[in-house]
Design a protein around this ligand. Structure first.
Ligand code: PMP
Length: 333
């Protein structure tokens, strides 16, 4: 079927020249920013919706409710609009304006809530669950809670598509895979597939400051690292069913924004690739992993979403100044 849904996945694997030269390795980025919703989360959205359809939980005219930092909501809205469902999105008010604008343009029912920690019952993820439960009880056309943190269909999207694509695109010659964790769907699904097909592969975690996955995988303690990253969509503070699916992480890195962001700025200026902040954390992680695995090794990471989603933040000198982040020369203005 040649509709927008058929354009999700099968993204190119792009050679990242400068960081490959820097490490004398081959570092590739899976270009998830080229999905129709401009992010890796289109895959999870499609898998969650199609599996709910298969189980008979979702019927035409039904409503999909989700709590999201934005990209999952955009993916869900694209798929839902193409299939005839309604969408209700609960989002922290700190996310980028570009994400709100895209969600509104897609016609979703957008509910912004204050950004409070997960431990607070008013956290967007808990609000979303309560709204979904109410919707499931009362909506005559039916409803589902997409529940990306707990729904294994999220992970399966990457086990069934992203993982196999990466193995094929590297002709089986891949030594390492690394990425950050938002829900962990990508890391868990891709690593599960790659380990099955290539047991000697090394899997890495690139964790932003303020998240707990580094301590969980490195020290078996669920404890947030110090600091705070400006990256959106990554940085998990608890162990979920998707995280429990991860058998082992071989190398863990806790990465500073100031170490990572120059890589995305250089990619814009020198290689013409415009990415968001989570891709910076991933690329910094890929460099660390490549160094660990040695010269000539091949490492793949995820280029999670498109930089146009952060024009007002990552590519805005006033925002960068406020956050004390060095401003790339061409944004100085
Ligand atoms: N980067 C961005 C920009 C995202 O929106 C997300 C998803 N929240 C991720 C990375 C992480 O993906 P996952 O949920 O599969 O861990």
């Amino acid at each position: 079927m040649n509709n927008i849904i058929s354009q999700i996945g099968n993204t190119p694997l792009i050679y990242l020249r400068e960081v490959s030269e820097l490490t004398s390795c081959n570092i590739y980025g899976k270009a998830e920013f080229l999905n129709p919703g401009l992010s890796v989360k289109d895959r999870a959205a499609l898998s969650i919706i199609e599996n709910a359809e298969k189980r008979g939980e979702l019927k035409k005219g039904g409503t999909i409710v989700e709590g999201t930092a934005g990209n999952t909501g955009i993916g869900i809205a694209l798929v839902a609009n193409a299939k005839g469902y309604n969408v209700k999105i609960i989002i922290p008010e700190t996310q980028s304006q570009e994400k709100f604008d895209t969600l509104l343009a897609l016609g979703v029912d957008l509910i912004k809530v204050p950004a409070v920690p997960f431990s607070n019952p008013e956290n967007y993820q808990h609000v979303a669950r309560r709204i979904a439960e109410e919707e499931i009880k009362t909506n005559p056309n039916g409803a589902i809670f997409a529940d990306q943190w707990n729904n294994l269909d999220n992970m399966l999207a990457h086990y069934n598509t992203t993982g196999p694509e990466i193995l094929e695109q590297t002709n089986n010659e891949i030594d390492g895979f690394i990425c950050a964790v938002g829900t962990g769907g990508t890391l868990s699904g891709v690593s599960k597939y790659l380990r099955e097909k290539k047991p000697q592969i090394k899997i890495g975690l690139a964790d932003p400051k303020g998240a707990a996955m580094y301590n969980y995988f490195a020290n078996n303690k669920v404890e947030a690292s110090e600091g705070n990253s400006i990256s959106e969509g990554i940085g998990l503070g608890r162990v979920t069913p998707i995280i429990e699916e991860i058998e082992k992480i071989d190398f863990c890195y806790s990465i500073e924004d100031n170490e990572a962001l120059p890589y995305v700025y250089n990619l814009v200026k020198n290689e013409g690739i415009i990415l968001g902040g989570s891709s910076a954390i991933n690329i910094a992680g890929a460099i660390n992993l490549a160094k660990e695995l040695g010269k000539g090794s091949t490492v793949v990471t995820i280029l999670c979403d498109h930089g146009s989603r952060y024009q007002s933040k990552l590519y805005n000198k006033d925002f960068l100044k406020k956050k004390n982040i060095p401003i790339p020369l061409w944004l100085e203005g």
